[in-house]
Design a protein around this ligand. Structure first.
Ligand SMILES: NC(=O)c1ccc[n+]([C@@H]2O[C@H](COP(=O)([O-])OP(=O)(O)OC[C@H]3O[C@@H](n4cnc5c(N)ncnc54)[C@H](OP(=O)(O)O)[C@@H]3O)[C@@H](O)[C@H]2O)c1
Length: 332
């Protein structure tokens, strides 16, 4: 089968290439999926570039060759493992192969293997590209808005990085729950973010939300471009800060320093700081699938790249200027 494999850490166009490799085999609890579409996410550029460097401690200081990248997918079940009883060949599914940051089974391939518990039936009336785009970005936003803070009608929610993969879902989900949403993005994306449901848009080139005097019940910070203690000053009494960025500056730690600063802020009681894991299980995939199928949210797709152009797609993600999600079309 054709797959995008990584030989070492480095710039995506230099270290990723299309190769012919053997199809993976499904273990007892796994599903072999014929991939129709994948999507590119933060863990993909981290695993390809190997920055922030400190995360290489998880993935190995030197990357082992022939690792297939990509975690999110939508496709058709080809075969199921011996213990899988609730999915069958021919089923259309979407979900994640994710088992760790540096896992070796990847979705940027014609076939991949995913744990059955991390797949759900495709939402009715939704295309493979749109479904693949909603896996990590949509589930992360859902977990943050529904579980970490339980956003309710009338709450004032600010989303920093509102025009990115996670941000476009977070704006829509918070607005769907009845919040008054403020999106922070560049002026070029203001109209998109407004159209997704933000009542207010802050162009970060014109204004600084941490200094505006406005106060928010929830701040989902997908960028961490301000020190967390300054961001926390924009919280209303009882407000919650959700730091959600590994940052994009590369180097040894990238945004991990600011994530640690946010943790300290919470530990010392100076702000209610809550980290929000993305739990990609069937329940959460089904929930985001229902939001997609009902039209309450939609996937914003910046661009769909054919499988062989995956290196360019990952490089695009690495610019941190993607408008919504970046998708890989594996088979039409
Ligand atoms: N909790 C989890 O498990 C989890 C899972 C996935 C991702 N994440 C985190 O979520 C974050 C966002 O990921 P993403 O997929 O949405 O992609 P991303 O590449 O981090 O975000 C792209 C967006 O960032 C915006 N942006 C760049 N600089 C900005 C600034 N100074 N102020 C406001 N917006 C700015 C861009 O908007 P403009 O083009 O308009 O400037 C673009 O739309 C990542 O940092 C990642 O670490 C967490």
């Amino acid at each position: 089968m054709r797959a995008i494999v990584q030989e070492r850490y480095g710039p995506p166009r230099e270290v990723l290439g299309l190769k012919e490799i053997d199809r993976p085999e499904a273990g007892p609890g796994d599903v072999l999926v014929r991939v129709r579409a994948g999507s590119v996410n933060t863990p993909d550029w981290i695993a390809v570039t190997g920055v922030p460097y400190v995360l290489r401690l998880q993935g190995g200081l030197r990357k082992s060759p022939n690792v297939v990248r990509g975690s999110d997918l939508a496709g058709i079940v080809e075969a199921v493992g011996a213990n899988v009883t609730d999915l069958a060949p021919g089923d259309a599914v979407f979900g994640s192969v994710w088992t760790s940051q540096f896992a070796t089974a990847g979705a940027f391939a014609e076939y991949t293997v995913a744990p059955a518990a991390q797949l759900a039936p495709m939402p009715e009336g939704v295309g493979f590209e749109e479904a693949a785009a909603a896996v990590m970005s949509g589930v992360t936003a859902l977990c943050a808005m529904r579980d970490t803070v339980e956003v309710r009608k009338g709450m004032k929610v600010l989303v920093n990085g509102a025009s990115g993969g996670v941000g476009t879902f977070a704006v829509q989900i918070a607005a769907h729950y009845g919040a008054e949403v403020t999106g922070v993005c560049s002026g070029a994306n203001a109209e998109l973010v407004r159209e997704l449901g933000a009542r207010h848009v802050v162009d970060y080139n014109e204004d600084d939300f941490t200094r505006s005097g406005e106060r928010y019940d929830v701040i989902l910070d997908n960028v961490l471009n301000h020190p967390p203690r300054r961001t926390a000053r924009a919280l209303a009494p009882g407000g919650v800060l959700i730091p959600n960025s590994i940052g994009n500056s590369g180097g040894l730690l990238a945004g991990l320093g600011r994530m640690a600063g946010a943790k300290l802020l919470g530990m010392t009681g100076r702000a209610d700081v809550r980290f929000s894991p993305s739990v990609t299980n069937r329940e959460n995939l089904t929930a985001i699938g229902e939001l997609l199928a009902s039209g309450a949210v939609r996937s914003v797709v910046d661009r769909a790249y054919p499988l062989e152009e995956t290196p360019a797609a990952v490089a695009h993600m690495f610019t941190h200027r993607a408008r919504g999600n970046i998708v890989i079309t594996v088979a039409a």
